[in-house]
Design a protein around this ligand. Sequence first.
Ligand code: ADP
Ligand code: ASP
Ligand code: MG
Length: 439
Amino acid sequence: MKIMKFGGTSVGKPERMHQVKDLITRDNDPKIVVLSALSGTTNTLVSIGEACAQGEKGRAKEVIDQLEKHYHAFVAELLKPGPALDKAKHIVSEHFEFLNIILKISFNEALNKDILAQGELLSTKLFSCYLEQEGVLHKLLPALEFMSIDSYDEPQVAAIKIRLSMLLEENKHIPLFVTQGYICRNARGEIDNLKRGGSDYTASLVAAAIQASVCEIWTDIDGMHNNDPRIVDKTVPIDVLSFDEAAELAYFGAKILHPASIWPAQHYNVPVKLLNTMQPDARGTIIQETTTASGPRAVAAKDGIIAIKIKSSRMLLAYGFLRKIFEVFEKYRTPIDMVTTSEVAVSLTIDSKEHLSDIIKELEPFGTVEVDENQTIISVVGNELAEESGTLTRLFDALTGVPVRMVSFGGSPHNVSLVVPAEHKKKTLQLLNKGLFGL
Ligand code: ADP
Ligand code: ASP
Ligand code: MG
């Protein structure tokens, strides 16, 4: 069985959904199709939640009405007049009635998650109506019946596997399943999600759970590029990446993949392919266990980084000092991305401000604490980076004139990471594109 995941742009227009149907019916291999919300929908749902949280129900209502119009126009173009269109119109009305009911009750975080789930619920139900109209035998698998996270927001792989296998077993005669990306249930049984971009994570978890032959991520670009195509003009797709390289790129900001989406596929050794819905015959990128050639493969950037420096000439050399510092971050469940140490100071980075003031307060007894917000981590990812002669020299030569705040190398053989102030991100990515890839 294979997994085919289609992102927002791949289902964002009626003609794209038509194309997705063609792609999934090109062969008769059994498959599970994972869909995101139509492009733009999740952002709009986020804004509805924000308006509700700020008590601006009038503004929320305007956005809901506008989105409803968009969906009615969408189904009118997606489907021909007939029973499938009637059903789709009814589905749209039902979901928007739900959003309107939310406006009338007192708002909380659980309701916000219900709002955010509407995008994937709508896209999959509407796509299913289209498949029905076209006579394609399939079944909608509700992700909320099998996808779950624990109280640490970690996916419960074993439980997902059991529930999904049962659902598939009950529908053995069906060759094609459609399910929602992104949404899941949390430890309290409420509707929750796998964070923004989480449909990739769903696809990889489902692929791992059923030991799929391949996990195909269909998107709007022909694979993983060597640099961020939103920022750098000349970028090129990469044919093959190892799981380790892809995981580092995803974690350090390559938006094409959700940060955590590689590990389930890697753990269960399911190859991942990144493919372009708009150019289905382009090679794309294949991500698999094999190690690739040495040297740099790609550069990625992760924004919203906070650098924290703790200086203490007295304490730093004492054993136990780092443990005490890390315990503060553990207490606030805030992951550390990068760490560097010197004789007198330790610098580290985090990507969430949520508990920043508490963390600073608890670090202050250890020494002077300096905080720099608005930083960016730039990661150069490759294989055995230090072994290819000249890579590190070219890297640092390329950075002449960039105020690098931190450097980390050696944590993994696949990664050199730098912290630069966010305003230097674009220039740094361009310089590295030239210096490392000659582009
Ligand atoms: P989807 O909606 O299909 O999940 P995303 O917008 O999440 O698509 O991811 C695809 C986008 O990721 C591309 O359009 C591209 O702009 C961006 N991107 C960022 N870094 C890279 C990279 N290194 N290679 C390819 N795409 C990248
Ligand atoms: N719809 C969700 C988002 O926009 C999940 C996804 O597209 O992967 O973040
Ligand atoms: Mg995405």
